[in-house]
Design a protein around this ligand. Structure first.
Ligand SMILES: C[S@@+](CC[C@H](N)C(=O)[O-])C[C@H]1O[C@@H](n2cnc3c(N)ncnc32)[C@H](O)[C@@H]1O
Length: 264
């Protein structure tokens, strides 16, 4: 089976990701950890760790020796390992986790399910490596609704070029609302499944601060912007800024995620 559309857009330097979606990662990780009920003494796995936003929060609570992390992107896995000494970090995908059955008290995936090559197989693997009565949890963006930066970006892109609708993550991501996400969890054999909304936000110094990492091609939005000819990219930049209604001063943007939690 081929890689999911968009997965290859995470083979960029970690710093580009940090300055784009990574800005939301720490706050979202704290909300995911709270929803999953992670407790001191737990052993936890971060699947699709990226440069390590969730890994960092897990290591701070549990100690790095109680945390493992995997990501199929070599530059992201390397950044995670360098930033979080003591955490076991491997280059691996959710669909084939390099761990024995029942190794962890909890397996978590932050903003990853929609990029998995085979999400049902990936979630079954998270379940397999988690002990009986342990927790499997994930967060996904509300791409079609209240994830402000991405929603405004794709609205601007589609207004300029209707063909961009195919790449609009609010349409292309199969698990970005509670019903499909909850069904994915239940169909993986997880019990006591809940899906709740979580609201986070991130700060920007200016619109230029927001736009610059998109030109580096990170994430599906950055890959779309970076792939445009100069004149169309300039038009998108202006239309996006107008939709955000922001200027050269600092601002914050809100972002809603859906968090699914289930028991093994
Ligand atoms: C939006 S980033 C999220 C990174 C990190 N969890 C965070 O919250 O900042 C999506 C991540 O999923 C990873 N990914 C892509 N395909 C994957 C797969 N099949 N299994 C696990 N992770 C995958 C990407 O390499 C990327 O690091």
């Amino acid at each position: 089976m081929g890689e999911a559309p968009g997965a290859a857009t995470f083979r960029t330097p970690a710093e580009a990701y940090d300055r784009h979606i990574g800005r939301y990662g720490g706050a979202l990780a704290r909300a995911l950890i709270a929803a999953a009920g992670i407790r001191p003494g737990d052993r936890a796995l971060d699947v699709g760790c990226g440069p390590g936003a969730l890994t960092r929060e897990l290591a701070a609570r549990l100690g790095p020796e109680h945390v493992a992390a995997v990501d199929p992107s070599p530059p992201f896995a390397a950044a995670c390992a360098e930033r979080l000494p003591g955490v076991r970090v491997e280059v691996a995908a959710a669909e084939a986790l390099p761990f024995e059955d029942g190794t962890f008290d909890a397996a978590l995936a932050q903003l990853v399910v929609n990029f998995m090559t085979d999400p049902p197989a990936g979630v079954r693997e998270l379940r397999r490596v988690t002990r009986a009565d342990g927790t499997v949890a994930a967060a996904v963006w509300d791409y079609a609704g209240e994830m402000t930066i991405l929603r405004r970006f794709w609205d601007a892109a589609v207004a300029l070029d209707p063909a961009a609708a195919e790449q609009d993550e609010g349409r292309s991501m199969p698990y970005c609302e509670p019903a499909s996400l909850g069904a994915l969890w239940s169909e993986a054999g997880l019990h006591d499944v809940t899906v709740e909304a979580v609201e986070v936000s991130a700060g920007y110094d200016s619109f230029a601060d927001l736009w610059q990492p998109l030109e580096l091609g990170v994430a599906p939005s950055g890959a779309y912007a970076a792939g445009l000819p100069d004149d169309r990219r300039a038009a998108l930049k202006a239309a996006f800024r107008a939709r955000l209604g922001v200027d050269d001063g600092p601002f914050r943007l809100g972002a809603r995620a859906w968090v699914a939690v289930g028991r093994v």
